[in-house]
Design a protein around this ligand. Structure first.
Ligand code: I3P
Length: 106
């Protein structure tokens, strides 16, 4: 699946806050148990990931609704096996839940 989500890097590793903590609206692509980010669909077509980032490997990742995050609605949290954590913001409940399910079963 693919589409736009807001993304915020929360933790770089266990108990280590990410340095860049701002929200970005990115074109997200979920494929083969990996999540890759692009500035937009054109950059996906060009094969140019956002800021040259490596895809996130979703194996052994944990994904759940970010119940503690109160500043936005429709946010879910992804914790990777390396301890890094990311927040993702969908435009509505339905979009958030479909990504949550997709990422959880990847
Ligand atoms: C961050 C930006 C984020 C904010 C984060 C700030 O600043 O304002 O929106 O997260 O707060 O550090 P900058 O863009 O200058 O990097 P929230 O929207 O969740 O508040 P935080 O460090 O408390 O997470």
């Amino acid at each position: 699946m693919e589409g736009y989500l807001g993304r915020k890097h929360d933790l770089e590793g266990p108990n280590k806050k990410a340095s860049n903590r701002s929200w970005n609206n990115l074109y997200c692509v979920l494929r083969n148990s990996e999540l890759t980010f692009y500035k937009d669909a054109k950059n996906l077509a060009l094969g140019t990931p956002y800021h040259g980032e490596e895809p996130l490997a979703l194996r052994h990742a944990i994904c759940e609704i970010a119940a503690n995050y109160k500043k936005k609605k429709h946010v879910f949290k992804l914790r990777l096996s390396n301890g890094s954590e990311w927040l993702f913001h969908g435009k509505d409940e339905e979009e958030m839940l479909s990504w949550l399910q997709g990422v959880s079963t990847a």
